[in-house]
Design a protein around this ligand. Structure first.
Ligand SMILES: [Zn+2]
Ligand SMILES: [Zn+2]
Length: 251
């Protein structure tokens, strides 16, 4: 299994794209699809039309907005450019079907794509995509919004992605003994937010969950001015990586 960081920043950031990750197992899967991650997906050189599953953590724009551009392009590719692509399955938290129904009936042409599109709402129950096991888990982010983290298992390895999350027991369980955890490190420990983890809490989650490697991501611009690796390292003695766009990590 390989994970490529398509975006390690947030909505508006001068050098980092917002949230998005390309996961390669026996399938090609995207975790979130925030602004500027599509441009980074093109830079990887992979065929974007081979993506079969997109897993959304929640629908804050910094995790979602490039989907619109991606889907519009997929329609033009299959309708007018003689292209073919496999069915696309969009998976996300509660509200996913309603959200996409509103979007697809509003955006011109979106309900007439010449390829199959499936929408699936998931909660805290494992499912499989081919030989890949996906375990979604509800995490706590903002009030009244269903947000998911995802654990992906393939070939004897496991990775966890927090989505956006506060510190919560559910996140620690999601990350239990994974080889790699990609966590929401929006802020440095000295400038915490009520709805995101800070670097110190990322270290705490990694230690409590027994994570192999910790990747700090979803960095706000201010966070780049602090040594978040050191802050996370106060709680966690394992390997810590500060995410960079387009870095690929093999598990
Ligand atoms: Zn969010
Ligand atoms: Zn976010």
């Amino acid at each position: 299994m390989r994970i490529t960081v398509l975006g390690s920043g947030t909505n508006i950031h001068p050098t980092r794209a917002a949230s998005g990750y390309l996961v390669r197992t026996d399938h090609t899967i995207l975790l979130d699809f925030g602004p500027r991650t599509l441009a980074n997906l093109l830079k990887t050189g992979m065929n974007r039309h081979r993506i079969t599953h997109i897993l959304f953590s929640h629908y804050h724009a910094d995790h979602f907005s490039d989907f619109i551009t991606y889907f519009f392009d997929a329609m033009i590719f299959t309708k007018y450019q003689g292209g073919t692509r496999p069915p696309l399955t969009v998976i996300g938290p509660r509200g996913t079907k309603k959200f996409f129904q509103a979007l697809f009936t509003t955006l011109p042409g979106f309900t007439h794509a010449p390829f199959a599109v499936h929408f699936k709402e998931v909660s805290d129950r494992a499912f499989t995509i081919g030989k890949t096991t996906v375990i979604p888990r509800t995490v706590t982010h903002t009030q009244n919004l269903h947000c998911l983290g995802y654990r992906i298992e393939y070939g004897g390895k496991a990775l966890a992605y927090s989505g956006d999350s506060q510190y919560c027991d559910s996140l620690v369980r999601l990350c239990g003994d994974v080889d790699l955890a990609v966590l929401d490190c929006s802020f440095p420990a000295s400038r915490p937010s009520p709805v995101h983890l800070h670097a110190g809490q990322c270290g705490q989650v990694a230690r409590e969950a027994g994570v192999g490697r910790l990747v700090l991501s979803h960095l706000y611009p201010v966070t780049d001015r602090y040594n978040v690796r050191e802050q996370a390292g106060e709680a966690f003695g394992g390997k810590i990586v500060v995410a960079r766009d387009l870095m690929t990590i093999k598990l």
